[in-house]
Design a protein around this ligand. Structure first.
Ligand SMILES: [Ca+2]
Ligand SMILES: [Ca+2]
Length: 151
């Protein structure tokens, strides 16, 4: 091995150390790399694209945001920029039993339903969107709207 190869190997070792350090930082939410936006210890990014709920989950690697407080709800609405967005809650498993991403079974969920919602109107409304009024409405999971990914 000549000197040049040693230098390259050391450089690669340093680079991989930096990369693994920065990814562990991201996992701990110490920083959000652009275009992700930091809020309350997590990172958020709009899909921009209009997707079904399942496609949005796929696009977000199963981490569509579900607000846990009025403040987070308002922050998500501000990211939506005049569009409705998915909230990661469904009652697919059992009608009327709402389960949201990031909440353990039996844990009381944060909810911000519009008056008269959820109404499971029509065929079957098992997913939720955040309206421009910052309130929630249950809707069909097959409609295509934006989502905000959270990590
Ligand atoms: Ca339903
Ligand atoms: Ca509804």
């Amino acid at each position: 091995m000549c000197c040049g190869e040693v230098v390259i190997l050391i450089s690669l070792a340093i680079l991989s150390a930096i990369l693994s350090l920065s990814s562990s930082c991201n996992r701990r939410n110490w920083l959000c790399t652009a275009p992700w936006k930091k809020w309350g210890g997590s990172c958020y990014l709009s899909t921009q694209r209009h997707l079904t709920y399942d496609d949005a989950r796929e696009a977000c690697r199963r981490q569509v945001a579900a607000p846990r407080s009025d403040q987070e709800n308002d922050f998500l609405a501000s990211l939506a920029q005049g569009s409705v967005i998915w909230v990661a809650c469904t009652d697919r498993r059992q009608e009327g039993l709402w389960e949201c991403e990031g909440f353990q079974d039996g844990q009381g969920i944060f909810a911000n339903w519009r008056k008269g919602e959820p109404n499971n109107c029509g065929v079957r409304e098992d997913c939720v969107y955040l309206q421009l009024s910052y309130k929630w409405n249950d809707v069909r999971c097959e409609i295509e709207i934006q989502a905000v990914c959270k990590r």
